[in-house]
Design a protein around this ligand. Structure first.
Ligand code: NAI
Ligand code: NA
Length: 396
């Protein structure tokens, strides 16, 4: 079957196995080109199949020769349907890891469930004994609570006031106003249930209780802050309340890990095109302006550059881990650079459908979005038959 992109709003219904493989191999090459990192040797990545989580798995394996267990929720290929990109990414990752003589196994299931936590612990006990690093990189619109059974849905809404500002439909390039009505109290609670820190805490409690965390084990979850223009829908909106909760949870987990000398951190990462971020209104316009400016300055990074720098220049240096006044690791420093932000704010005011192709990097946005699904890679023959019926060898 020849696989072509079929875009529907914020998602693409198809993904390309060879393109996803190329995406993974490019990231591996990048990490190898930067040299070794004296990092963890046994790593669990929760949300390991795409975005920052995949980059964390690749950086651990190919930067520090780590054995990795990846947990994710992806669709396997079915008759006439391609798999979700994270499935193909993981297939490619496992093949490359095995080629390099590295242990890699994956669990495809709901990370929020007790069952997947128990399965993961069994796998660690059977194969690795103990883990030194746990990366928590889930992004999900829903969570079924493992105790109450309630299905919580997160929302992306402002709190208090109706919000109106510009956004761009990145497929058409049309800049228009978007108005979002404020959330209710339930929306905040639900979003915190899904994207807050409770599940991270549950993972760390379960791992600690099972004795599968090594002395000095570390865990890192990812957060975002961003600029003034996205504050009402992001940091001061419902999702921001969840991120506040996640950040506060790091301190609780650090307290719990004290008995093994472990520590929990939140790393604030840069805005990037991922499946999670393209669904948030206003962010695509911000990202297209930001990319243009950061590319011109030579400071632009993708997920793999961000995570390689996080591991090599923050987590695993000879010194202590630098944090901000709220205890967070900042790898969004180049995004939040004052000059960069000033320029974005200026461009934002004048951005229109007509001038966006010139003042923003809409093409960069579109091409990054296509890349998420394995499309648009050099060296991939998209006219060739792609056999999409494949199984991940180390899949549990
Ligand atoms: P993503 O959508 O690329 O990755 C999400 C991962 O979670 C995938 O591996 C997916 O399979 C997994 N997942 C989702 N639901 C699951 C479930 N129920 N069970 C098991 N696995 C599940 O997202 P991205 O952008 O890499 O986000 C990861 C974290 O980074 C999030 O906390 C996000 O808020 C944060 N972040 C994202 C930024 C961005 O601009 N994309 C910026 C800064 C932080
Ligand atoms: Na991820």
């Amino acid at each position: 079957m020849i696989i072509e992109p079929r875009m529907r709003g914020f998602i693409c219904l198809t993904s390309h196995p060879k393109g996803c493989e190329k995406n993974v191999l490019n990231q591996i090459d990048y990490v190898k080109s930067k040299g070794k990192i004296a990092g963890a040797k046994k790593v669990l990545v929760i949300g390991a199949s795409t975005g920052f989580g995949l980059a964390s798995r690749i950086t651990s394996a190919f930067g520090s020769d780590a054995a990795t267990i990846g947990v994710f929720f992806e669709k396997a290929p079915a008759e006439g349907k391609t798999a979700s990109p994270g499935y193909y990414n993981s297939l490619a990752f496992e093949a490359a890891a095995k080629n390099a003589g590295l242990y890699a196994k994956s669990i495809n299931g709901d990370a929020f469930s007790n069952e997947v936590k128990a399965q993961t612990i069994d796998l660690i006990k059977a194969d690795l004994g103990q883990i030194d690093l746990v990366i928590y990189s889930l992004a999900s619109p829903v969570r079924q609570h493992p105790v109450t059974g309630v299905l919580h849905r997160s929302v992306l809404k402002p709190i208090g006031d109706t919000f109106t500002d510009k956004t761009v439909d990145f497929h058409t390039g049309i800049v228009s106003d978007v108005t979002i009505t404020p959330c209710n109290d339930e929306d905040i609670a639900n979003t915190v249930e899904v994207m807050g820190g409770e599940d991270w805490q549950m993972w760390m409690d379960a791992l600690l209780d099972a004795g599968v965390l090594a002395d000095g084990a570390m865990t890192v979850a990812y957060s975002y802050i961003g600029p003034k223009v996205t504050e009402p829908v992001y940091r001061k909106g419902t999702i921001g309340m969840a991120k506040d909760h996640l950040e506060a949870t790091a301190f609780k987990i650090t307290d719990d890990l004290a008995k093994i000398g472990g520590k929990a951190f939140v790393s604030v990462n840069k805005a990037l095109v991922t499946q999670a971020s393209s669904a948030i209104p206003v962010i695509p316009l911000y990202i297209s302006l930001l990319y243009k400016i950061m590319k011109a300055k030579g400071t632009h990074e993708g997920c793999i550059e961000q995570i390689q720098r996080l591991f090599s220049a923050r987590l695993y240096t000879n010194g202590s881990i630098p944090v901000d006044e709220k205890g967070r690791i900042r790898i969004d420093d180049w995004e939040m650079d004052e000059a960069v932000q000033k320029e974005v704010a200026e461009l934002w005011k004048g951005a229109t459908t007509e001038n966006l192709p010139a003042i923003g990097d809409l093409n960069g946005y579109k091409s990054d979005f296509s890349s998420l699904f394995g499309f648009g890679f050099d060296g991939v023959d998209y006219a060739a038959d792609a056999n999409e019926m494949v199984e991940i060898p180390g899949l549990i």
